[in-house]
Design a protein around this ligand. Structure first.
Ligand code: KIV
Length: 264
């Protein structure tokens, strides 16, 4: 397989091929996921919860993200590497440019930021300077204190319409990928159909252009908790590489997520 770029992901959407993505935080897992055929790897700020044992992603720093991005980069040849910009590291344009530079120099090929149309100027500034951007709507964990918990978003019609408008604005500003987290499946479908760029869902139904899981959830090693939208692929296979191969094939055949993983 050739090195995967944002153009490859766009092409996959156009061809109706599903994109499989997973988080990784170190070289060894990243290499295994690459060998299994994963299309993109996210160094998620979820590392605050699954690696550091924090109760949210807020304590994660740009230094943490740059360190884990460097680790992942050393293990990866083909998948697109996306790195999360942590809480308050893109609160204004100047900060966003400086912190995105740290992640790109650490080995990312794209950065991910959480939020709606307020990010338009930042996205355009990043893209104009050579930094591809993945946007993130729905349950945006860095805003957990505003949202009042890790809750499904976009269930009421006004909020759903607002999210569709935000998604279009982020695309127009230059975002090349959009993560949709914990929203009703019907909204995941509507946003994916309204955009040219690929959408990657986590708890957003089966009609997004791809799926992403936190690796600890996909392998059933998250501390005593399995989110409704996830599945333990290791249980079915007993081998980490085979588990990720199964995840990729279930996504590509439209078998994952199943009805039991979907929000209405
Ligand atoms: O931090 C992360 O792992 C994420 C995914 C849940 C999309 O943002």
């Amino acid at each position: 397989m050739a090195k995967i770029t944002t153009a490859s992901l766009l092409n996959m959407k156009q061809q109706g091929e599903k994109i499989s993505t997973i988080t990784a935080y170190d070289a060894s897992f990243a290499k295994l996921f690459d060998q299994a055929g994963i299309h993109a790897i996210l160094i998620g700020d979820s590392l605050g919860m699954v690696l550091q044992g924090q109760d949210s992603t807020l304590p994660v720093t740009i230094e943490d993200m740059a360190y884990h991005t460097r680790c992942v980069k050393r293990g990866v040849e083909e998948p697109l590497i996306i790195a999360d910009m942590p809480f308050m590291s893109y609160a204004n344009e100047e900060q966003a440019l400086a912190n995105a530079a740290l992640l790109m120099q650490a080995g990312a090929s794209m950065v991910k930021i959480e939020g709606g149309a307020w990010l338009n100027g930042t996205i355009t500034a990043l893209v104009e300077r050579g930094v591809p951007v993945c946007a993130h709507l729905g349950l945006t964990p860095q805003s957990v204190n505003i949202l009042g918990g890790f809750k499904v978003q976009g269930r009421d019609d006004n909020k759903a319409q607002q999210m569709i408008a935000d998604a279009k604005a982020l695309e127009a500003a230059g975002a090349q990928l959009l993560v949709l987290e914990c929203i009703p499946a019907s909204l995941g479908k509507a946003i994916s159909q309204a955009l040219t760029i690929p959408t990657i869902g986590i708890g957003a139904g089966k009609d997004t252009d791809g799926q992403i899981l936190v690796m600890h959830d996909a392998l059933g090693i998250a501390c005593n908790y399995m989110p409704k939208f996830s599945r333990n692929f290791l249980k079915d296979t007993g081998d980490i590489k085979k588990a990720i191969e199964l995840y990729i094939s279930e996504v590509s055949q439209g078998n994952f997520p199943g009805d039991e993983h979907i929000f209405k």
